[in-house]
Design a protein around this ligand. Sequence first.
Ligand code: ADP
Ligand code: MG
Length: 300
Amino acid sequence: MSIVSVQHLSKHFERNNAALDDVNFSVQSGEMIALIGASGSGKSTLLRHLSGLLESDSNALTSVDVCGETIQSGGKVSSQARHIRRKVGVVFQQFNLVPRLSVLTNVLLGNLGAMPYWLAALGFFTKPQKQLAMQALGRVGIKDKALSRGADLSGGQQQRAAIARALVQNAEVIAADEPIASLDPSAARRVMDVLKELNKNDGITVLVSLHQVEYALSYCARTIAMRDGRIVYDGDSNSLTPDFLAELYGDESEDLLLPSLTKPKNELARPAVWSNSFSSNQGTLSSGRESRLSETTLPA
Ligand code: ADP
Ligand code: MG
């Protein structure tokens, strides 16, 4: 069953500049998908449409469906968005927590959509709600930080607290926008491990944008790559080639990719599944999903 479906999604912030240009894809329940692409390629804009935080261009063919409900269509966010949004846990790169509130309270805010706002604003949470929040903190490995202030957590702990809040929210989908961009490698791995665990054990569907391609390759079976607001690759992460990635990131590639990805010293350095060009990989995905790669971006 597809849990996220995006049809003909375009977004212009400015007249002649498409931040999203006819984006189409769907996500099956239980998938963990990496969204990659250079800065400005449209990753954040796309993720923000999924939770109805942004409204698309007006187009009768456009629809964004989440968990079987239409959160926006034709350029209008649904009047039911608040209710539908509860099923999508959003994790940002930064500023996920209210700094002066305790970590526990921050996680309890995951209940916001399910209770009267004034009750939550006054901090009236029930004992079962608090127990669930503590459990969620345990799942992400920071139970001992429950009473610390949000501001006093490390970057990686803040991200894990945001994931705990998504758990309390009972999210079926987690949309994480560069959740590890400002973390050191070991903190980044811990955050990715938590996402992977929730994906595997709880069946939570994860869509995560990543600047560091090596994490996409090691954590996500499927990668969607964007350039200039368009999807230029959607398929098996193992079939991404160094040439394609270097081209996708252009000038940024030197900083962002593992040296072994950008400049394979010899054929042995590449995983066996990589071939010299994408064209030979098309249609060979084990999942049966079709790999799509726009003509214009085929590496020479
Ligand atoms: P990414 O997350 O891949 O770095 P974004 O989705 O942030 O890319 O941006 C895609 C394009 O949309 C960029 O050209 C960016 O400048 C533009 N953009 C994003 N948000 C806004 C905004 N609020 N107002 C105007 N332009 C925006
Ligand atoms: Mg972004």
